[in-house]
Design a binder for this molecule. Structure first.
Ligand SMILES: NC(=O)c1ccc[n+]([C@@H]2O[C@H](COP(=O)([O-])OP(=O)(O)OC[C@H]3O[C@@H](n4cnc5c(N)ncnc54)[C@H](O)[C@@H]3O)[C@@H](O)[C@H]2O)c1
Length: 276
């Protein structure tokens, strides 16, 4: 019997990285999956987003586990598209029990040099996109009357502070405010709302040129080895980064009945970077 057997999980940013890992991990534990991703580059960002092939690979991996899966190209900035895929998912799978608002982007620039577009894209995707995801899905959880778990992806950067990521940090801090308010509002429906705060995670986002520059501003062409060396010194376990599945295991716990009385919390998975 899986830890989320018989439940349906809605996951944004699911074409690759942590979102794909969440889809696979939850499916391994018995959940059916509704997986969405924009699969579209953002012009103000310096690294590519996932592709439609990536999203199809997530679909294949979940199906291979014997779970039902629905994938759709949806941008979390598009409320109508989110509303539609949510309704279609509920019609196909009979409801939604777990929401992982995971889609997010990152960038690096000194605060005073940020353009209006860079600021706005970051806030629109990382913070407003989370609100839109919950706005699309939560009414279905409420009307079904069987409770549920909503997990919002923030970042450890909201707990430690870091230079050159004001737009990222502000948007991810906004997610914490959303989480706290939503947990207060939805508790009466037995819907729990929590946040995961990943430290460094080995995904395309971490290995993008702009993130490498956050860690190695003094190097002209920093590599992932340079990053690892510096990042290792930044956490008390000396790891530098974790794998996507380490975040998925935290999401799985918060999504499962093992966390049935856990709501309104921020859960860092950061090798102790906050306290180092
Ligand atoms: N990688 C890290 O070190 C790290 C650290 C802390 C927090 N996070 C957060 O974890 C989450 C997952 O990131 P990841 O590490 O898997 O990176 P990633 O870049 O591999 O994955 C992000 C996914 O989100 C999708 N996406 C981007 N904009 C979207 C939009 N507007 N609508 C729908 N989908 C969109 C991308 O196509 C991609 O598939 C993000 O919210 C990120 O901010 C990552």
């Amino acid at each position: 019997m899986g830890r989320v057997a018989g439940k349906v999980a809605f996951i944004t940013g699911a074409a690759r990285g942590q979102g794909r890992a969440h889809a696979v991990r939850l499916a391994q534990e018995g959940a059916d999956i509704i997986a969405v991703d924009s699969c579209e580059d953002v012009s103000s960002l310096e690294y590519p987003m996932a592709t439609e092939d990536d999203l199809r690979e997530t679909e294949r991996l979940v199906r291979e586990l014997g779970r039902r899966v629905m994938v759709r190209k949806v941008d979390v900035r598009d409320q109508a598209a989110l509303d539609q895929v949510t309704a279609d998912g509920v019609a196909a799978f009979g409801g939604i029990d777990i929401v992982s608002a995971n889609a997010g982007v990152c960038g690096c620039r000194p605060t005073m040099d940020l353009s209006d577009v860079e600021w706005q894209d970051m806030v629109d995707i990382n913070m407003t996109g989370v609100w839109r995801t919950v706005k699309a899905t939560a009414p279905h959880l409420i009307s079904a009357g069987r409770g549920g778990s909503i997990v919002l992806t923030s970042s450890v950067v909201t707990m430690v502070g870091a230079a050159n990521v004001a737009h990222y940090s502000a948007s991810k801090s906004g997610v914490v405010g959303l989480m706290k308010t939503l947990s207060a509002e939805l508790g009466k429906h037995q819907i729990r709302v929590n946040a995961v705060h990943p430290g460094n995670v080995a995904t395309d986002m971490l290995f993008s040129e702009s993130t490498l520059r956050v860690f190695c501003p003094d190097l002209e062409n920093p590599t992932t080895d340079d990053l690892r060396e510096r990042a290792r010194g930044g956490d008390v376990l000396g790891q530098g980064w974790v794998e996507a599945v380490d975040i998925s295991n935290a999401v799985l716990y918060l999504a499962s009945d093992e966390a049935r009385f856990v709501t309104g919390v921020s859960l860092p998975v950061d090798c102790g970077r906050r306290i180092g």
